[in-house]
Design a protein around this ligand. Structure first.
Ligand code: COA
Length: 329
């Protein structure tokens, strides 16, 4: 096992105030119901951004909490790595908006787009920045306001997603704490299974994009499900191999929170009982890049992670992207 270079020194999270239950979809004319959503996904409610709540405001709030937890001031942040697919503006990066909001004046700020695997990619980039001496203190945020880019008329997708941000401060490792292994993969041949067909530079923007739904997230759910189960299993195996650990060495698995059935399949493959798996998809839905760092912050807050815990983070998402990180706390 390698000696850790970078460790997670503090975390924070922020979600919109409004909680939307499954029953509320029928009230806005969507042909669905609480039983279908709970049985197929495990989701009971999600947070939805309201007026004045943006990716920047949620991310900045999460970042301030993480900085306090790590004992770091905004001026000490060398880099901000923002993982998102739902920036407040398409130009410039979401990270610079967060930089301005928190006053991290010395930081280099940029986005990482790896969809739901974004935080895992971001942590791995941060580890590299610290390893090369480019940065000492890195703020990694995973956050989304997906409810603003989903098709509220499409029951295949609109019931699945939620909004929120999780922030993490990475610093040089001390006392053997930190990232023990990471594994990143992508397969661009699967891009069209989960994507936004229009709105980017490939086509001139037209009003039709809003009415035909192609401006919003579109997904082939069944295919995504299959690939998700396969790629999560791959990510589990490869991270354990890289860290030279077995499933018994892992105290807690924090998987991407997309669907309870995918989480259960991942736990089964990893040979880990569900009591060692963190689940909050019931209360947040799929917050994409926000999902793992929000769950991490909760798990540190409620004692599921304590000093010395070895935690495996596993994610997959649009791209396809997938990957894993194992870290000691
Ligand atoms: N309410 C009620 N019925 C719905 C529905 C909803 N919200 N969404 C879809 N359905 C219907 C479908 O139209 C379909 O009806 P049909 O058989 O008449 O065509 C039926 O339910 C079954 O659809 P199917 O896609 O086979 O359901 P499923 O068991 O695969 O569950 C998902 C659908 C989306 C929950 C599941 O495929 C999934 O979770 N996929 C992965 C999605 C994901 O995690 N995406 C994010 C990746 S980061």
């Amino acid at each position: 096992m390698k000696r850790p270079i970078a460790m997670i020194a503090g975390t924070g999270r922020a979600v919109p105030k409004r909680v939307m239950t499954n029953d509320e979809f029928a009230a806005i004319g969507i042909d669905t119901n609480d039983e279908w959503i709970r049985e197929r996904t495990g989701i009971k409610s999600r947070h939805v951004a309201g007026p004045g709540e943006t990716l920047t405001s949620l991310s900045a709030e999460a970042a301030r909490i993480a900085m306090t937890a790590a004992g770091v001031t905004p001026g000490e942040i060398d880099s901000i790595v923002m993982a998102t697919v739902s920036p407040d503006h398409l130009l410039p990066a979401a990270a610079v908006e967060v930089q301005a909001a928190i006053g991290a004046t010395r930081a280099a700020a940029f986005d990482v787009d790896a969809a739901c695997t974004g935080w895992i990619y971001g942590v791995t980039v941060a580890e590299g920045l610290i390893a090369t001496g480019t940065a000492e203190t890195v703020l990694v945020i995973g956050g989304e306001v997906l409810t603003r880019i989903m098709d509220w008329k499409d029951r295949n997708t609109c019931v699945l997603f939620g909004d929120g941000a999780g922030a993490t401060i990475l610093k040089k490792s001390t006392k053997g704490r930190g990232v023990l292994a990471s594994y990143l993969r992508s397969d661009g041949t699967l891009a069209k299974l989960l994507w936004r067909p229009s709105g980017g530079g490939a086509k001139t923007v037209t009003a039709d994009m809003l009415t035909d739904g192609s401006f919003f997230i579109q997904m082939q759910g069944r295919d995504v499900f299959k690939h998700a189960v396969r790629s999560m299993a791959d990510a589990v195996d490869r991270a354990l191999d890289a860290a030279k650990l077995s499933a018994d060495d892992i105290d807690l698995v924090i998987p991407h929170q997309a669907n309870i059935r995918i989480i259960e399949a991942t736990a089964k493959h990893a040979n880990v009982s569900m009591d060692k798996v963190y689940v909050n998809v019931d209360r947040y839905g799929n917050t994409s890049a926000g999902s793992i760092p929000i769950a991490l912050d909760e798990a540190l807050g409620n004692g599921r992670i304590t000093e010395g815990s070895t935690v495996m983070f596993v994610g997959f998402g649009a791209g396809f992207t997938w990957g894993s990180v194992i870290a000691r706390f």
